[in-house]
Design a protein around this ligand. Structure first.
Ligand code: T4K
Length: 397
C-alpha cells in the first residue's frame, strides 16, 4: 500500500523536471503554481467499486450501509468508542453545541479559523477570548481561570495545527468549575500523545474532513462523544431532532454525511498512514533546510506527539531580512501560494472586535504570532523539486 502511494507521488517530480527544463527561460510567476495544500485522492477505480454499491442499493444518505461501515472503521482507527459522522467540521461544532443546550459565555481562542467562534455565535453563545501559549499557539490554561465568570458554561479550545492542547490542565479547570469542554480537533485527525489519541479529552471533540485537511472526504466531519447516550443525542440532533418516525424531540437541522462522502472516507482510511508518512518526509526536509536560517523559526513538534503533519507553520522573526508579508509577496510572485493561518485573528473580525476580551492587550501572544506566522506548502504529492523552489525563496533572500 505504502509503495503504491509513493509510486503515485514519484510520477510527479519527473513531469515537473521535464517542465522545468522546457520552461527554463520563463519568469518565475509563469511556472506551475504551488498551493499551500493539495488533497490526497484515493485510486478512482476503488471509489468506483463503492459507487457501484450505492448505485445498486440506491441508499444515498440517512445512515446508509457505507455510513455505518465508515463510522465503525473510523472509531477503530481513531481509538475512540463513540463517533458520529456529520457533513462538515462546522456542523460538528454546531450540532455538538445544540445538543448541549447551553446559554452564556464560552472561553475560546482567538487563534483559529473563524468557524470556531462562529459556531458559538450561531448558537447564541458569547465567546470570551483568552490568549494562547507561546510554544504551541493553543489556549493557555494559566489564563483561563481569570476569564471565568458566573456566566461561563464551557471552554472551546483548538488543537492548533494538530499540536495537542494541554488537555490535562484544561479538563482539570473545567472539572473544578463545572464547565463543559468541546475540543475543536479539526486539525488533529490521527494525532496521538504518548501513544494515545487526543480525541478523548473533554466532553466532545469535533473533526473536519474538508478537502484541505490531512484526512479528507471532500467535505465531512465527525463528533467524538463521551458515551452511547451522548452519541444518540447527537444523531437525533443532526437529523432534525427526530427521536423516531413520528416524534421530534428538539429543533435540529440536517447535519448528516452522505453515502458518497462515507465511501471516500472508507477508502481514505486505508491510505492515511501512507499519507502521514509522505507528509512526514516533506516536514523533515523543511526542518533540515531551514534549521540554520537566521530569523526563521519552525514550530517544534511537542515531546511524545505523533503529528499528522497537516501544516508547516514558520515564524518570520524581526531578524529575518524580509517582513512576513514581504516574504508572502515574494512567494506569490513565484506562483507559490503560502497562507497566513491565522491572520487576521478572529478577534479582528467586526462581529468580535468590540468585545472586551478581543482587545489586543488581552491577547499579546496571539497578536504577535498572527504578525509572524506563515504556513508553507505541505501535502503528500509535493515533489522534492517543488519543495526546493519553496525553500529557495527563503534561503536565497
Ligand atoms: N475549526 C478549525 C480549527 C478549522 O481550521 C476549520 C476549517 C473548521 C473548524 C471548519 O471545518 P469545515 O467546516 O471547513 O470542515 C480552509 C478550509 O476551507 C477550512 O476547512 C479550514 N479550516 C481552513 C483552515 O482552511 P481556505 O479559505 O484557506 O481554503 P482555500 O479554498 O483557500 O484552500 C486553500 C488551498 O488548498 C487552495 O489554495 C488550493 C488547495 N485546495 C483547496 C480546495 C478547497 C485544493 O487543492 N483543493 C480543494 O478542493 O480555508
Amino acid at each position: 500500500m505504502l509503495h503504491a502511494i509513493e509510486e503515485k507521488f514519484r510520477s510527479r517530480p519527473a513531469a515537473d523536471g521535464a517542465l522545468a527544463q522546457e520552461h527554463f527561460s520563463l519568469t518565475e510567476s509563469s511556472r506551475d503554481p504551488i498551493y499551500v495544500t493539495r488533497p490526497f485522492l484515493p485510486p478512482l477505480d476503488e471509489l468506483q467499486e463503492l459507487l457501484a454499491e450505492i448505485w445498486s442499493n440506491q441508499i444515498l444518505t440517512n445512515n446508509g450501509p457505507l455510513h455505518t461501515r465508515f463510522e465503525a472503521a473510523l472509531a477503530e482507527y481513531l481509538g475512540v468508542e463513540h463517533v458520529a459522522l456529520v457533513a462538515n467540521g462546522t456542523l460538528a461544532l454546531t450540532v455538538t453545541l445544540q445538543t448541549l443546550k447551553m446559554s452564556g459565555e464560552v472561553i475560546t481562542t482567538p487563534y483559529s479559523f473563524v468557524a470556531t467562534s462562529h459556531a458559538l455565535k450561531l448558537l447564541g453563545l458569547e465567546p470570551v477570548f483568552v490568549d494562547v501559549k507561546r510554544d504551541d499557539y493553543s489556549l493557555d490554561p494559566a489564563r483561563i481561570e481569570a476569564a471565568i465568570t458566573p456566566r461561563t458554561v464551557a471552554i472551546m479550545p483548538v488543537h492548533c495545527y494538530g499540536n495537542p492542547c494541554d488537555i490535562a490542565a484544561i479538563d482539570a479547570i473545567a472539572k473544578r468549575h463545572g464547565l463543559r469542554v468541546i475540543y475543536d480537533a479539526a486539525h488533529a485527525f490521527g494525532v496521538k500523545k504518548d501513544g494515545a489519541t487526543v480525541l478523548n479529552g473533554g466532553d466532545f471533540s469535533s473533526l473536519s474532513f474538508h478537502a484541505t485537511k490531512a484526512f479528507n472526504t471532500f467535505e465531512g466531519g465527525a463528533i467524538v462523544a463521551p458515551s452511547a447516550e451522548a452519541k444518540l443525542a447527537i444523531n437525533r440532533m443532526k437529523n432534525f431532532g427526530f427521536r423516531d418516525e413520528v416524534t421530534v424531540e428538539s429543533v435540529g437541522g440536517n447535519g448528516k454525511m452522505s453515502e458518497f462522502n462515507a465511501a471516500l472516507g472508507l477508502l481514505q482510511l486505508k491510505y492515511f498512514e501512507g499519507v502521514r508518512k509522505a507528509r512526514r518526509r516533506v516536514d523533515a526536509i523543511y526542518r533540515e533546510a531551514l534549521a540554520g536560517v537566521e530569523g526563521i523559526d519552525c514550530v517544534p513538534v511537542p515531546k511524545g506527539v505523533e503529528p499528522n503533519y497537516s501544516y508547516f507553520p514558520i515564524l518570520v522573526q524581526p531578524d529575518f531580512s524580509l517582513s512576513r508579508d514581504a516574504l508572502y509577496d515574494r512567494f506569490k510572485a513565484a506562483n507559490i501560494h503560502t497562507r497566513r493561518y491565522f491572520y487576521p485573528l478572529i478577534t479582528d473580525f467586526p462581529m468580535y472586535s468590540d468585545l472586551p476580551s478581543a482587545q489586543s492587550p488581552n491577547l499579546p501572544v496571539a497578536t504577535e504570532i498572527a504578525k509572524r506566522i506563515l504556513c508553507l506548502p505541505i501535502y503528500p504529492g509535493l515533489s522534492e523539486s517543488d519543495q526546493e523552489r519553496v525553500i529557495e525563496r527563503i534561503t536565497g533572500v
